[in-house]
Write a protein that binds this ligand. Structure first.
Ligand SMILES: [Mn+2]
Length: 332
């Protein structure tokens, strides 16, 4: 019998898995990847009698693979907080999905385990930007401000590690981080053991500084396009940098572009880009609408395009959609 732990490689997935394996130690095969790499169940070669835990990956892209594994005779525990669409049902499936916007998989795991490894629920919630939930659990542990700040930084660093277009862009393969975390009940002990957190923190700061040094292109008074160079750091930072731009200049739309890695034999071929877009409150079109025209999508203020071929077409769309700055004072 083989056990598989299948989890998102971000802070929430790592910390949910960490809690589970502190409470229920087991020798498991790890199946994980970048934050955006969500179709993980298709990679699990499970057979009858195998046990699979699935954490923090959305059900819709995994439903077919899940049903195939269940039909093959594997049993599955599935814990997640993303919109599931139609829920799956099977005698060998235990499904806990809670889409409450104030929760994340690490918080759900804390609930399932009755707080058995709560420090890592705090780290996971901070890393998933669930600040209210993180503070509530930190209150329950009576954490002092210094520890809260340290664990928040830890969560943000674990989360940053999962950002990248492919696993080659990442600082650590998430499975390697999961193995480094193993056995550490106390997040401070993991930080002290080094070198992971210090390195992640340093590279995260360095990536942002590199992005800030790139001069933006002025598409119009209301829109900036930040074309990052072809580098691993650019593919890690483009989403975080888009958030930073939106916070610094909320009256403008910001598109941050990172070139996708070229195939080894792709020398001389035209570069393609991945895009993260942020738009002001009260914008005439949502970020989702702008990205949809290029095959992408997302939410009202924040959206993305996985593969962009035509930079000039995006620049033109930004210029015509956001000719002027939009005062954030109109926001209630
Ligand atoms: Mn999550």
């Amino acid at each position: 019998m083989t056990r598989y732990d299948v989890f998102n490689g971000d802070a929430d997935g790592l910390c949910a898995r960490q809690q589970l394996r502190l409470a229920e130690p087991a020798d498991t095969v790890l199946v994980t990847g970048t934050k955006r790499d969500n179709r993980l169940l298709a990679r699990v070669p499970a057979q009858a009698g195998d046990e699979i835990v699935v954490l923090d990956i959305a059900l819709p892209g995994n439903r077919d693979a899940l049903l195939a594994l269940l039909d093959a005779g594997a049993s599955v525990r599935y814990v997640d907080h993303h919109e599931p669409g139609e829920r799956a049902q099977h005698p060998k499936l235990q499904l806990l999905i809670d889409t409450d916007p104030q929760t994340c998989t690490s918080v759900l795991m804390d609930r399932l385990l009755d707080g058995a490894a709560r420090p890592w629920a705090v780290v996971g919630a901070y890393g998933d930007n669930m600040l209210a939930a993180a503070e509530r659990l930190a209150d329950a542990l009576g954490l002092d401000p210094g520890r809260r700040a340290r664990w928040r930084e830890l969560g943000e660093c674990l989360n940053y590690n999962a950002y990248g277009v492919t696993e080659q862009d990442l600082i650590y393969p998430p499975a390697q981080l999961a193995r480094a975390l193993a056995g550490h009940a106390d997040p401070d002990a993991f930080i002290a053991a080094g070198p992971h957190v210090e390195r992640l923190s340093q590279i995260r700061r360095q990536d942002l500084a590199l992005a800030q040094a790139v001069a933006p292109r002025h598409c119009s008074e209301g829109a900036r396009l930040h074309l990052l160079p072809d580098a691993d750091w650019a593919r890690r930072v483009f989403g975080s940098y888009a958030n930073l731009c939106a916070n610094t200049e909320p009256e403008r739309a910001h598109a941050v572009l990172a070139p996708l890695r070229q195939a080894p034999d792709g020398a001389g071929s035209t570069p393609v880009y991945t895009v993260s877009l942020r738009v002001p409150a009260n914008a005439p079109r949502t970020a989702h609408e702008v990205c949809s025209a290029f095959g992408g999508g997302g939410r009202a203020r924040a959206a993305g395009i996985d593969i962009l071929h035509d930079v000039e077409a995006l620049a033109a769309a930004l210029a015509s959609t956001f000719p002027e700055r939009i005062s954030s004072k109109q926001t209630p």
